[in-house]
Design a protein around this ligand. Structure first.
Ligand code: FAD
Length: 317
């Protein structure tokens, strides 16, 4: 039985681990499995190169380097980290059950008085080989994070929803042109976002088109698009490609056990509390608005403090 089990080792999970460890709670972190593309130990920042907006690094820091430091910092204070993923949880009774390996096993692998969920989210991708190869080298999933690198450049945004147009409008601060490639003739985005995009001189649209390849050896030089009606293909020059086709929070394990919003995110209230007392959630798994490393880390700190207070209240009663 553990006082605190943390699921996830992105900025949220590791910050929670640092705080819980320094609070003498001996947290156990299940960091995910390297073999699984969705459960990358270290989280999403392991997929990127330069991170320039995490406070404390004047000249930026490489994403993987930042995560290795956070992991060592958590271990320094006594957090125990297992390279495993949770395959099942039972939140119906306290202490909570957490399974590693066979989810059908009768008994949980471990039990926890509090559970901190920091399982993050995954950006939906186009599924192209060159998209993976050039991620961090012109391909991005986050305009707030990477827009700054594209001053005076030509940018392509893929998608047609509110977040695609939000990304496109934000990117007009930096790029010379921003071309939105959308597979239909009409956008899913709200009317107000459409109006803003249509009246922005820098934004152009490529309708009825899908991106079928991303071009470039070392860095992105363009995209290949296919017209869905005529099957005609064309190349568009571009320095940056922002894939904005949605996010998938990692909440499958909690379906039917915790309150989840229609977009699949865990619902939190009064800080990081979920719908089950003793279960806390932090980072991108409960945040569809900010989705930044620093906000994830901040909410990880909150979750550890909330867990500590919850444990204290158990001993008081
Ligand atoms: C390419 C890219 C570049 C980015 N650049 C920046 C940037 O420059 N600046 C910035 O602020 N933000 C950036 N972001 C966003 C930032 O990475 C996220 O906001 C942040 O990582 C969210 O942290 P998190 O801890 O909530 O989740 P994540 O980083 O998503 O981590 C989730 C963790 O949960 C684990 N996990 C999942 N399921 C399980 C399970 N069942 N059991 C155990 N563990 C599990 C995973 O292994 C992983 O360790 C970028 C994102 C991407 C994809």
């Amino acid at each position: 039985m553990r006082d605190v089990v943390i699921l996830g080792s992105g900025p949220a999970g590791l910050t929670a681990a640092i705080y819980a460890a320094r609070g003498e709670l001996r947290p156990l972190v299940l960091e995910g499995e390297p073999s699984s593309s969705s459960d990358q130990p270290g989280g999403q920042l392991m997929l990127t190169t330069e991170v320039e907006n995490f406070p404390g690094f004047t000249h930026g820091v490489l994403g993987p380097e930042l995560m290795v430091s956070m992991r060592s910092q958590a271990e320094r204070f006594g957090a125990e980290i297992l390279t495993e993923r949770a395959s099942r949880v039972d939140l119906s009774t306290s202490p909570f059950g957490v399974w590693i390996g066979d989810p059908g096993a009768h008994e949980p692998t471990l039990t926890a008085r509090t559970l901190i969920i920091a399982t993050g989210a995954r950006s939906l991708m186009l599924g192209l080989d060159n998209e993976t190869r050039l991620l961090g080298y012109g391909v991005s999933t986050c305009a707030t994070c990477d827009g700054f690198f594209f001053r005076g450049k030509q940018i392509v945004v893929v998608g047609g929803g509110d977040s695609a147009l939000e990304e496109a409008l934000f990117l007009t601060k930096f790029g010379d042109t921003v071309t939105v490639v959308h597979r239909r003739q009409d956008l899913r985005a709200s009317k107000i976002m459409q109006d803003r995009a249509f009246t922005n001189d820098k934004i152009k649209f490529r309708w009825d088109s899908t991106v079928v390849d991303i071009l470039g050896d070392e860095r992105v030089t363009g995209v290949k698009v296919r017209d869905v009606k005529t099957a005609e293909e064309a190349e568009l020059a571009a320095d940056g490609v922002f894939v904005a086709i949605g996010h998938a929070p990692s909440t499958d394990l909690f379906a039917g056990q915790l309150q989840i919003d229609p977009a699949g995110y865990l619902v939190t209230h009064e800080g990081t509390k979920t719908s089950v007392p003793g279960v806390f959630a932090c980072g991108d798994v409960q945040d569809h608005v900010y989705r930044q490393a620093v906000t994830a880390a901040g909410s990880g700190c909150m979750a550890a403090i909330d867990a500590e207070r919850y444990l204290s209240s158990l001993t008081e009663n």
